[in-house]
Design a protein around this ligand. Structure first.
Ligand SMILES: *[C@@H]1O[C@H](CO)[C@@H](O)[C@H](O)[C@H]1NC(C)=O
Ligand SMILES: *[C@@H]1O[C@H](CO)[C@@H](O)[C@H](O)[C@H]1NC(C)=O
Ligand SMILES: *[C@@H]1O[C@H](CO)[C@@H](O)[C@H](O)[C@H]1NC(C)=O
Ligand SMILES: *[C@@H]1O[C@H](CO)[C@@H](O)[C@H](O)[C@H]1NC(C)=O
Ligand SMILES: *[C@@H]1O[C@H](CO)[C@@H](O)[C@H](O)[C@H]1NC(C)=O
Ligand SMILES: *[C@@H]1O[C@H](CO)[C@@H](O)[C@H](O)[C@H]1NC(C)=O
Ligand SMILES: *[C@@H]1O[C@H](CO)[C@@H](O)[C@H](O)[C@H]1NC(C)=O
Ligand SMILES: *[C@@H]1O[C@H](CO)[C@@H](O)[C@H](O)[C@H]1NC(C)=O
Ligand SMILES: *[C@@H]1O[C@H](CO)[C@@H](O)[C@H](O)[C@H]1NC(C)=O
Ligand SMILES: *[C@@H]1O[C@H](CO)[C@@H](O)[C@H](O)[C@H]1NC(C)=O
Length: 378
């Protein structure tokens, strides 16, 4: 049986009161959290994606759930999410920060389970939904993550499997458009778009990535980043390879969520270079689209996560969360492991959610760092 979980189709602000936030305009004390979409608020604005740099203070965002074993006694874990049903996936507007209750938030779009016995979830792209994205509720600060998935095969329709931190450190696997034997690896530091050379690399896949499952791995560790396809390392980057002229490593270091998505690059609001990168404009009259009842889909079979660790972090007795403390002398935001709860003020959750749901969609995925990636191929 198909279980269709629909998110609000409209990404247009429904409240005119949401204050925007950015590098030159931080949030005020009454609505201290800058959401990943760049709007100030409370409650769920303070959860996944809340940007500490643009918030009222570096500690305004709710602490981020740590990568942790369900047994809680062990910091290291290796967990496989198998998508046999949707019970551990929650609409992000309804989430309260309890990562023990949910493994993923559905941030935009719609999903459905294709096959509960083997565990397959489809992420849908329609002409109006702007794409679909799942984010893990837990963060990793280093780790090895493997997604087993089938990609898009349609021009302009991009598949992505990335790690994304709240301050825009990012590691990507992406499959742009129509070439089903190519994957692209990439990484970004603090959303920095001033690189003089591209960090992107094209890698070959042994056979059709639309018809066949392959394992794509991001092995992000403190001093080295590796990308693998079907267990074979195809790219290795050392932190020391990323030093800028003044010796600052332009290397992702901050706690990140793992995100899986399908998104439309081949649309007329995209930059021409983006459309070209993605293989052209999307053909919404494609027989695959119409035969499916009006959507394109990518299929995820599993996501495996092994926590890594930072040598510069002290683990408290009951580790629960990552919390930002401030910048180091090189201007790089620092997070540490804390025992602070990640759950929104329990007594006030209901009313906060009620207030917030009116403005949460005041932004779109296009404004997120998914779009950042494209600049490097544009
Ligand atoms: C998710 O939340 C949005 C905003 O509150 C709502 O419009 C939508 O119906 C919700 N979807 C589901 C499946 O609950
Ligand atoms: C930053 O936010 C302020 C306040 O909302 C807004 O006036 C300004 O246009 C924004 N700047 C940018 C570059 O978006
Ligand atoms: C968090 O979720 C877990 C699992 O559903 C539940 O046992 C626990 O009571 C929840 N914690 C709070 C504070 O709501
Ligand atoms: C689910 O997958 C299994 C194993 O491939 C297959 O036997 C079964 O027919 C599939 N079920 C559906 C509903 O497609
Ligand atoms: C598809 O990608 C592969 C691997 O990068 C490349 O060798 C091939 O030329 C590409 N095909 C087309 C039609 O661009
Ligand atoms: C495609 O490649 C995968 C990984 O190398 C392999 O396991 C699978 O058998 C191949 N499928 C076909 C149809 O060749
Ligand atoms: C983009 O495409 C839509 C639908 O095809 C069309 O209505 C709109 O006018 C186009 N916009 C531009 C700027 O070309
Ligand atoms: C180690 O962590 C502390 C506290 O977060 C920070 O001030 C310091 O800069 C970090 N050192 C390195 C080498 O990252
Ligand atoms: C911390 O570093 C970030 C990224 O370099 C920068 O945008 C921000 O202004 C810095 N904050 C402070 C308080 O120095
Ligand atoms: C966190 O640890 C400190 C120091 O051990 C302790 O005083 C505090 O009660 C702990 N907080 C929670 C929420 O466990």
């Amino acid at each position: 049986m198909l279980y269709l979980l629909l998110l609000a189709a409209s990404l247009v602000p429904t409240s005119v009161f949401a204050q925007s936030c950015n590098a030159t305009s931080l949030c005020g004390a009454s609505a201290p959290c800058c959401s990943e979409y760049g709007f100030c608020g409370t409650g769920t604005y303070c959860l996944g994606g809340c940007n500490p740099i643009y918030s009222h203070s570096m500690t305004s965002c709710e602490p981020s759930p740590i990568c942790q074993d369900k047994t809680a006694s062990s910091f290291a874990f290796d967990i496989q999410y198998t998508f046999k049903d949707d019970s551990r996936i929650i609409n992000s507007t309804l989430y309260n920060g309890n990562a023990s209750a949910y493994d993923f938030t559905l941030d935009n779009g719609a999903i459905y389970n294709l096959n509960s016995s083997i565990g397959e979830v489809a992420l849908l792209l329609t002409q109006t939904n702007g794409g679909t994205r799942l984010s893990t509720t837990r963060y990793i600060q280093y780790g090895k993550v493997t997604a087993r998935l089938k990609t898009s095969k349609w021009a302009g329709v991009v598949t992505a499997f990335i790690t994304m931190s709240d301050v825009k450190d990012e590691v990507d696997w992406e499959w742009p458009g129509a070439n089903t034997t190519q994957a692209q690896s990439n990484f970004f530091w603090l959303g920095n778009v001033d690189y003089t050379s591209t960090n992107g690399q094209k890698d070959s896949i042994s056979n059709d990535s639309y018809s066949n499952y392959h394992d794509y791995t991001i092995n992000w560790q403190e001093n080295q980043l590796e990308f693998s396809i079907d267990g074979v390392v195809v790219r290795s980057v050392k932190k020391t390879d990323t030093l800028d002229p003044s010796g600052v490593p332009e290397y992702p270091t901050t706690p990140a969520r793992v995100q899986l998505s399908i998104w439309p690059a081949g649309i007329n609001t995209s930059a021409p270079g983006t459309v070209q990168w993605a293989g052209g404009m999307i053909d919404w009259s494609d027989p695959d689209y119409t035969a499916a009842g009006g959507h394109f889909a990518v299929v995820i079979n599993s996501l495996t996560v092994q926590c890594g660790s930072s040598s510069n972090t002290t683990v408290p007795n009951t580790p629960r969360s990552y919390v930002y403390s401030g910048n180091n002398t090189q201007g790089v935001p620092q997070a540490y492991i804390s025992n602070a709860t990640t759950i929104l003020n329990s007594g006030a959750v209901a009313s906060r959610l009620a207030v917030k749901s009116t403005t949460l969609w005041a932004g779109s995925l296009a404004a997120s760092a998914l779009a950042l990636t494209m600049l490097f191929f544009a």
